[in-house]
Design a protein around this ligand. Structure first.
Ligand code: PHE
Length: 451
């Protein structure tokens, strides 16, 4: 199968577009609040540095060498082509599970964008009520916006790599970064900023517990789009001789910096307005509109622009979340892009409806299992288990299965022997044990919460 090629800068933007998404701006800030502030941030940063980066290089390598959909790429790289390693490529299906709730959240964002034109809450209390009402009561509205989000994602996917994905990323990524930067500069003038810095960076070791570890490791995979063949699938369209090591480095830096900026800025606002930092998934929808309301007409403008950019950041990630499935279905079953995209979208759209219903007052009970709403189950299943597990599979594959010479050959144009050794060591003896530890830790948490 012939795949249209990215340009080099196009690939970096697309990979960064995949990484930088709702994970950075919607999820990271509220997770910091929910799981212990600085302690969570510290584990998150350590994982990115010592595990995430190495695994990202490994993942890009599989696509770059395999040059096909995820299943065929694993097969191509495996020493025994008839063996079972190709099944590792099915990690791409995790994307369909992520998309169920991801699309709902893009829907919320689109709703807030239109809502902000007429109304911005003046206090956090009002903002909190508004968000609670949306997710708790407004079923029709949520489904409509979830549907609009699905249509947008589909329409970009249908254009394929060149026409849609690369173009969308080129315009929207820089716009988003500028807006966040502007908000951060504004936040720095507030008294709440010092508190925000302390909250995010005061590493209180007493707050490190097994749940914080699981969440932080899982989130570092989520935010780097790791463990489900997203960037792997993009990498199959990389021009030969692209420096995959440097590319991975840029993606990690950009992703981490944006998450930090978003967190610092949002908590400055939260503390400035005297709110509780553990606001959960509603955080971004409560803190920022309240701030924007202080800025008069200009605030309305910024609010609309912010939610627009956030929706786009979500969409550039969403396309990478669905693309592995689409690419596989096209290669394997010879489906058209239209057919593959439509079927994948119908699946995540439908399950997404059940996910959003699980937060509502009327149907919540019906879609709550073992005390957890379906929305949270889908989120935790992917973030805490499927993504770290996928990452472990990639790390074992590159670290222990593929011949060392072959791995070295893929990188030798870009890095020297010593750097290679350090990276290879970290895949084999840091990433693999750390991920096994995290997954065992998760089993422990599950058995404790059952008992
Ligand atoms: N990295 C994206 C974000 O932070 C989400 C994502 C997860 C994208 C997995 C691709 C694969 O929002």
């Amino acid at each position: 199968m012939k795949i249209a090629h990215f340009t080099r800068i196009g690939f970096i933007l697309a990979a960064a577009g995949s990484a930088v998404g709702l994970g950075n701006i919607w999820k990271f800030p509220y997770m910091v609040g929910d799981y212990g502030g600085g302690a969570f941030v510290l584990i998150y940063l350590l994982t990115i540095l010592f595990v995430g980066f190495s695994v990202l290089v490994a993942e890009i390598m599989v696509g770059y060498v395999g040059r096909s959909d995820a299943v065929a790429s694993f097969q191509e790289m495996a020493p025994d082509k008839k063996g079972n390693w190709k099944y590792a490529g099915f990690m791409g299906l995790t994307g369909l599970v992520i998309m169920t709730f991801y699309s709902v959240v893009i829907g919320w964002i689109l709703y807030y964008m239109t809502q902000s034109i007429n109304f911005l809450p003046e206090t956090m209390e009002v903002a909190k009520e508004g968000f609670g009402d949306l997710v708790g009561n407004q079923i029709g509205t949520q489904i409509v916006f979830h549907f609009i989000a699905t249509l947008f994602v589909m329409s970009i996917l249908l254009q394929g790599i060149k026409g849609g994905i690369e173009k969308a990323n080129k315009v929207l990524m820089p716009a988003l970064i500028l807006i966040i930067l502007g908000l951060l500069i504004y936040a720095m003038q507030l008294d709440g900023f010092a508190k925000s810095v302390e909250f995010m960076f005061a590493f209180d070791f007493s707050k490190i517990n097994s749940e914080a570890i699981t969440q932080a490791v899982g989130h570092s995979f989520f935010t780097l789009s790791l463990g489900m063949a997203a960037i792997l699938t993009y990498s199959a369209s990389l021009p030969k001789h692209t420096n995959i090591f440097k590319t991975a480095f840029y993606v990690v830096i950009l992703d981490t910096v944006i998450a930090m900026m978003a967190g610092l800025m949002m908590y400055a606002f939260v503390f400035e307005f005297g709110q509780d930092p553990s606001a959960g998934p509603g955080l971004v929808f409560m803190s920022l509109p309240t701030v924007f309301s202080q800025l008069g007409g200009l605030g309305t403008f910024f609010a609309v622009l912010f939610f627009l950019a956030l929706a786009f950041a979500g969409m550039t990630s969403a396309i990478s979340i669905v693309e592995p499935t689409v690419q596989y279905a096209m290669d394997r079953f010879k489906w058209t892009r239209l057919k593959a995209t439509t079927i994948a979208s119908v699946i995540f759209f439908t399950v997404g409806i059940f996910a959003l219903l699980s937060y509502t007052a009327d149907y919540g009970k019906m879609f709550t299992f073992g005390g957890m709403p379906l929305f949270d189950i889908l989120d935790k299943l992917t973030t805490n288990f499927l993504l770290p597990f996928g990452g472990l599979v990639v790390a074992v594959f590159i670290g222990f299965v593929v011949q060392r010479e072959r791995v070295y050959a893929a990188l030798s144009d870009f890095i020297g022997e010593t750097t290679f050794k350090v990276w290879y060591f970290s895949v084999r003896f840091i990433a693999v044990p750390a991920l096994i530890f995290t997954l065992l830790n998760l089993l422990g948490i599950i058995s404790i919460s059952k008992g």
